[in-house]
Write a protein that binds this ligand. Structure first.
Ligand code: F6P
Length: 540
């Protein structure tokens, strides 16, 4: 069946399912959890609280086949230039390829270069961590400031927080925003004599990063002298010529390649700050975890393939049930930046409205992705999730074991809260149940009638839950790779290019044009009335 017809059939099936609630689906099938969950090693995906049945699932798997997910997956892993608008291969998987298999791009095996950069990163990290490499004053580096933005920031920030229990290197700091407050507040706490600055930028042209890098350079040279700059800087980039022009010594430059997308780059030298924090061995475990997910994605049959299943549920929720957002809710404080990381991964990849051939898409693509860790979110926006007028499918993440052995009672509470939320979203509470509860609490009849509508929960709100043993470097690598491949599969089904990001360009161009107007060096007469009015207000 052609893809369009399959979507029609899925919509018709959803129409039939309309009067069946999640409560009904669970009541009618005691084996529902087993039927609608999948596992690889200790990583479990429970999607039984999604509003699907066996027929919908089978149709969704057929949809993935019809969209040629398997063929496109093979094309990506084999180094075909699937990023057509930039004429690039998409090979973040090569960065964590732990097998001996070559990966060929333009007739060349890229694996020797990948391994060489990893080795250089390991040598540099070890030298910083052991204080074999010191600052210009001979002092050990106690602090590392990573300057980057987007993919050159979010991955290292998120993973550094996530792997705090493995952090035994210098203190890490991240500066991304061009707002001077960010770098000023960061540097104010630091001593230049013991600070190493990493400038991370794939292109080495991003204005935010270059501006922050110059400010940091001045901070070093003003206090330690111009000659000290070389000892206090390292860089990560694909643009080695531009790094040299900035004045960073070649021996402290770690390269990567145009086939690594910014938001897929944490596995490359962009991961250098993480490696400095946790050490090369733990970083290697992180890559192992991602590689394990790559193998699972390549080898598991579609109906048991975690990224494929997550993508199919995503497409079902977005295109068939019409939900325009999804909430990422890690019950894991150390994953507090995962929602921000996934916003770039998901929304920069799949926020597209033309297909690969440039024609407009015919259905909705990437949903709004957002979230906060539980349980904090419970005391903020969960009200809307439970009783608001908009249904937002939720994605819960929880470890079976925390790292704090002496605080197990905290973890038990965390687990109870996580499970309670997906249960509440699924079950809801009917008017009759609300009334019965109010009566049982001794309320008078008129109070029961008055209050009961406020205590009704519609329920039937879908969620998925990911469970893993504990948040180790391996588990984190596997988790990120899972999300990467989910985004990929959704993009294949939507027939869009998940690997370009033209949508960020227009704002950059306009900002460049506006800067002289902001500085007062050029007239704003050509601008629209609103932009002109805002400029005038800001300047007055
Ligand atoms: O926001 C656009 C973008 O190009 C992202 O894709 C990228 O991660 C980020 O800017 C930073 O780019 P660079 O690493 O080249 O400084």
């Amino acid at each position: 069946m052609a893809l369009e017809a399959q979507f029609v059939s899925l919509s018709q099936h959803a129409e039939k399912l309309k009067d069946t609630t999640l409560r009904d689906l669970f009541a009618n099938d005691p084996a529902r959890f087993t039927a609608f969950s999948a596992k690889t090693d200790d990583l479990l995906l429970d999607y039984s609280k999604s509003i699907i049945d066996a027929d919908a699932l089978a149709q969704l798997v057929d949809l993935a086949k019809a969209a040629d997910v398997e063929g496109r997956r093979a094309a990506m892993f084999s180094g075909e230039k699937i990023n057509g608008t930039e004429n690039r291969a998409v090979l973040h998987t090569a960065l964590r390829n732990r097998s001996d298999d070559p990966v060929i791009v333009d007739g060349k095996d890229v694996m020797p270069d990948v391994r060489a950069v990893l080795d250089a990163m390991a040598d540099f990290s070890e030298a910083v961590r052991s204080a074999e490499l010191t600052s210009s004053t001979g002092a050990p580096f106690t602090d590392v400031v990573n300057i980057g933005i987007g993919g050159s920031d979010l991955g290292p920030v998120m993973t550094t927080l996530a792997l705090a229990p493995y952090h035994d290197g210098p203190e890490l700091h991240y500066v991304s925003n061009v707002d001077g407050a960010h770098i000023a507040d960061t540097l104010a706490k630091l001593d230049p004599a013991t600070t190493l600055v990493i400038v991370a930028s794939k292109t080495f042209t991003t204005i935010e990063t270059m501006t922050n890098a110059q400010t940091a350079r001045k901070w070093i040279s003003d206090t330690l002298g111009e000659d000290a700059v070389g000892s206090h800087f390292a860089a990560v980039s694909t643009a080695l010529d531009k790094v040299a022009a900035f004045g960073i010594d070649q021996s402290r430059v770690f390269g990567f390649w145009d086939w690594v997308g910014g938001r897929y780059s944490v596995w490359s030298a962009i991961g250098l700050p993480l490696m400095i924090a946790i050490g090369p061995d733990a970083f290697s475990d992180f890559l192992e975890g991602a590689h394990a997910m790559d193998k699972h994605f390549q080898e598991a049959e579609l109906a048991n393939n975690l990224p494929v299943l997550m993508a199919l549920i995503g497409v079902w929720n977005r295109d068939v049930l019409g939900h325009s957002a999804r909430a990422v809710l890690p019950y894991d404080q150390r994953l507090s930046r995962l929602p921000a990381y996934l916003q770039q991964l998901d929304m920069e990849s799949n926020g597209k409205s033309v297909k690969l051939d440039g024609t407009p898409v015919t259905r909705e693509t990437g949903p709004l992705a957002w979230g906060e860790p539980g349980t904090n979110g419970q005391h903020a926006f969960y009200q809307l999730l439970h009783q608001g007028t908009t249904v937002i499918p939720c994605e819960f993440l929880i470890a079976a074991n925390g790292h704090e052995d002496d605080l197990k009672h905290h973890h038990d509470l965390l687990v109870a809260n996580c499970l309670a939320q997906s249960e509440a979203l699924m079950l809801g509470r009917t008017l009759e149940e609300a009334k019965a509860l109010l009566k049982a609490s001794g309320q008078a009849d008129d109070e029961v009638e008055r209050l009961a509508p406020h205590k009704v929960f519609p329920g039937n709100r879908p969620s998925i839950t990911l469970v893993y043993d504990s948040l180790t470097p391996f588990a984190l690598g596997r988790l990120i790779a899972l999300y990467e491949h989910r985004v990929f599969v959704e993009g294949v089904i939507w027939d869009i290019n998940s690997f370009d990001q033209w949508g960020v360009e227009l704002g950059k161009e306009l900002a460049t044009a506006l800067l002289p107007m902001v500085k007062g060096d050029a007239s704003a007469d050509s601008k629209d009335a609103s932009t002109k009015g805002l400029l005038a207000a800001l300047k007055s």
